[in-house]
Design a protein around this ligand. Sequence first.
Ligand code: NAP
Ligand code: MG
Length: 504
Amino acid sequence: MAHTMTKREGEAAPPSRGAIVALDFGKAWDYAAAPESPDHVSIDPKYGLFIGGRWVTPRSGRFFPTINPSTEEVLAEVADANAQDVDDAVRAAREAYDKYWSRMRGADRAKYIFRIARAIQEKARELAIVESMDGGKPIKESRDIDLPLAAAHFFYHAGWADKLDYAFHGRRIRSLGVAGQIIPWNFPLLMAAWKIAPALACGNTVVLKPAETTPLTALLLAKIIEEAELPPGVVNIVTGGGETGAALAIHPDVNKVAFTGSTSVGKRIQRAIAGTHKRLSLELGGKAANIVFADAPIDQAVDGIVNGIYFNQGHVCCAGSRLLVEESVHDVIVKKLRDRMATLRMGSPLDKNTDVGAINSKAQLARIRELVAAGEEEGCERYSAPCPVPEKGYWFPPTFFTGASMSSRIAREEIFGPVLTILTFRTPDEAVEKANNTSYGLSAGVWTDKGAKIFYMATKLKAGVIWGNTFNKFDPTSPFGGYKESGFGREGGRQGLAAYLGVE
Ligand code: NAP
Ligand code: MG
């Protein structure tokens, strides 16, 4: 699956393949391609909707293609559910709630959730390959991060299913009913796990709508759920676009809406269901500050910066997209960052050596390009890694900007791509002020030699997750969620259970 490397997005010359170049970081030798084979992966040519434990043709009669963003080839046709289909799914979920799931002992619900977790582990390789094909993320990320975490979320919540009384000691708890869940394309299977696992553990039934560009792993998860013999209708998967999501959110028989996606759609949903009985949790956008003090271990920090923004092509809501560096180390960090970026490999998501995969969609690539052009127009200085750009597919090289001000668009707006904006500060309080000067509040990172400084910063930063001397680390036991326009409600940990329970 070798790509022809010709077109270029960065300004520097292409690395010489195979040539030995002394002291030229990362180009001293090249790795041979090490593609993960998709041969044993079976993707059906066409998928219906998974409703009431059966695969059904959409009443809409419509299907849409899902493509591989690294090759632009169509992978499958997927059902486009309309409001009637959504209604069927919600009815199935209601029936399953009334008949089976709300009456089942927690210990029995746990067995089903464990089964799902085990099946995800068993099929991890296939799921990781499909995730990388459908969404463009490097196989080493889908294999080593998305899949283990997705299984871990099911394991973790299976453990809670019969212990909910202890989670909220002395209080009465109850399940909510039918949960309508809408997820984005950046961690398709993992976001499905974040949504479905706690909902089931807490005794709710589910209608889940995956993102339009990445529906395949949710459909494979539906097959796993079918094989795990969950009672019909406990989990329903309806594929489709924004209208399908909107129909699900406003359906009168949905008790709980859980949405992960953009702040603009989150606000729209909030407006649409205002004044109803529905419970809502929102996980929205971010513009995280990654703060590096002069006393930080600089090489580790540089690796953390790279992980913070170039991981998953920057398609991460909590990406460290604003780098705040103490002024005295600005130049050394910029130099080391350039050196490190020169070693990043962009290319086929299925190649095990790939660090940077494809941008998820043409529309997302256009948005990244638009914001990068805005940064250039505002006079900021751009550096893009000298990665050869494959001819087909959607690509954007790891990029950073220096010379930006706090009012620059690239310092304020979520780019959701591999683009970093570097700003400076002189004192901890200035760093706090700049970090908090955003409408978002999802995450932040602090790099310093001094533990006390991390704690000081953590008390001042208005962000739901704060990493100390690391970045983008997740665990099902650790609650995740935002402040301000990054949303409300938590996912993971004991706190995440509260989003799916009535606690009195
Ligand atoms: P998006 O456009 O808001 O889409 C998210 C989901 O909502 C998709 O399934 C989408 O369907 C659906 N949708 C679109 N319009 C809708 C409507 N009017 N009513 C109900 N559902 C609707 O977001 P995105 O661009 O796919 O994802 C990127 C955004 O998600 C970024 O802003 C990122 O920060 C955020 N995000 C946040 C978190 C978090 O945990 N806080 C995690 C991941 C991503 P289609 O796919 O068909 O459009
Ligand atoms: Mg796709």
